[in-house]
Design a protein around this ligand. Structure first.
Ligand SMILES: Cc1cc2nc3c(=O)[nH]c(=O)nc-3n(C[C@H](O)[C@H](O)[C@H](O)COP(=O)(O)O)c2cc1C
Length: 200
């Protein structure tokens, strides 16, 4: 009788471990990639990471943009005109392993920043879920989310998140702290619930 009980318990344990390993192989792997110059989008990326986990990666350029605001504005305008894609220093290790890719960026000249275009064009995101997020100086997302959709025609692009960040033009750099950060955290929680993306 004792032996029978032991065998039964063993069978139950095996079943539980088989079930949990099946669950972990089917769990979705999350990558959070972001571009940030004055750290507002980075702060949003961190808040998203707090909620959903996954791998967090900052997009860095081979040749960084100028510090001066007017110079970067001019350079970005020229890159947009010519379609130049700045080479990325950041390399993603086997993108294939990720099912959900969050892509974060500031609005630049009411458009998607060229380095984010470099990322979306460089990697094969076919079949993945893409989740855009943005900060801006108060003028909104411009054409950024539309461009993400255009550059990911074979992905499932979910509704993005946007919030007001800094206003570098006016000397307002990092704002995502204290009350503003708390508020952003709540906005992010509500958005993640709405789009049904959660920690795996
Ligand atoms: C080159 C450049 C262009 C920008 N263009 C816009 C714009 O068109 N509209 C807007 O609302 N904010 C614009 N901004 C402001 C940023 O979107 C805003 O400060 C954002 O929060 C910065 O994010 P970050 O701190 O992650 O770099 C621009 C900033 C830079 C550096």
């Amino acid at each position: 009788m004792k032996k029978g009980f032991f065998v039964l318990m063993l069978a139950v344990l095996c079943c539980i471990s088989a079930c949990s390993s099946a669950q972990s192989t089917s769990a979705k792997k999350i990558l959070i990639v972001y571009l940030s110059r004055t750290n507002n989008t980075k702060a949003i990326a961190n808040l998203i990471h707090d909620e959903v986990g996954g791998k967090l990666v900052s997009l860095e350029l081979e040749k960084p943009y100028p510090e001066n605001y007017q110079s970067i504005v001019q350079q970005v305008a020229k890159e947009n005109e010519t379609g130049y894609l700045p080479p990325l220093k950041t390399k993603i290790d086997s993108i294939d392993q990720y099912d959900v890719v969050f892509v974060g960026f500031p609005t630049w000249g009411m458009k998607l920043p060229p380095p984010v275009k470099s990322f979306l064009k460089q990697y094969d995101l076919t079949g993945k879920t893409i989740v855009p997020f943005n900060t801006n100086a108060g003028y909104g997302i411009g054409s950024t989310f539309e461009t993400v959709k255009e550059l990911c025609p074979k992905s499932n692009v979910l509704d993005g998140f946007t919030t007001k960040g800094g206003i570098e033009r006016d000397g307002v750099y990092f704002v995502m702290q204290g009350e503003r950060e708390k508020q952003a955290r709540e906005e992010i929680k509500a958005w993640l619930q709405k789009i049904k993306v959660q920690r795996q």
